[in-house]
Design a binder for this molecule. Structure first.
Ligand code: 5GP
Ligand code: ZN
Length: 112
């Protein structure tokens, strides 16, 4: 399968890694939208939120543990935003489930 995040997870494409364990990888976004902008992905290929089900949803809880861990390590004490875009209307451009974490600037709400 031609998936850039699978290739990054497999080490076949470079990334600026922050954290890695058996199931997940976190790396900085190549096109940052905030002073701190990283992505957390499952190493297994899940297309997006629309492919989460009873058998694979455990990874989502683990990813949130990873996000909280990294946020503590990066001293994101003033807060941050976690975003997952899904499908065309959601603005998803990479079809491998990922969680954006944006921090170190005030973020508008609601999003445009
Ligand atoms: P989406 O638009 O699907 O919610 O988010 C995809 C994100 O992946 C974008 O913010 C984009 O900048 C980032 N991205 C796309 N290709 C690469 C890449 O090869 N390396 C890294 N580090 N980020 C990427
Ligand atoms: Zn993939």
């Amino acid at each position: 399968m031609d998936c850039i995040f699978c290739k990054i997870a497999a080490g076949e494409m470079p990334s600026n890694k922050i954290y890695e364990d058996e199931e997940t990888l976190a790396f900085y976004d190549v096109s940052p939208q905030a002073p701190v902008h990283f992505l957390v992905i499952p190493k297994t290929h899940i297309r997006g939120v629309d492919e989460i089900n009873e058998s694979n949803s455990g990874i989502v809880a683990h990813i949130y543990e990873v996000i909280a861990h990294i946020a503590r390590q990066l001293d994101l004490d003033n807060g941050y935003r976690v975003v997952t875009n899904c499908g065309d209307d959601g603005g998803q451009t990479v079809g491998h489930l990922h969680f954006h974490v944006l921090a170190k600037r005030t973020l508008a709400w609601p999003p445009g």
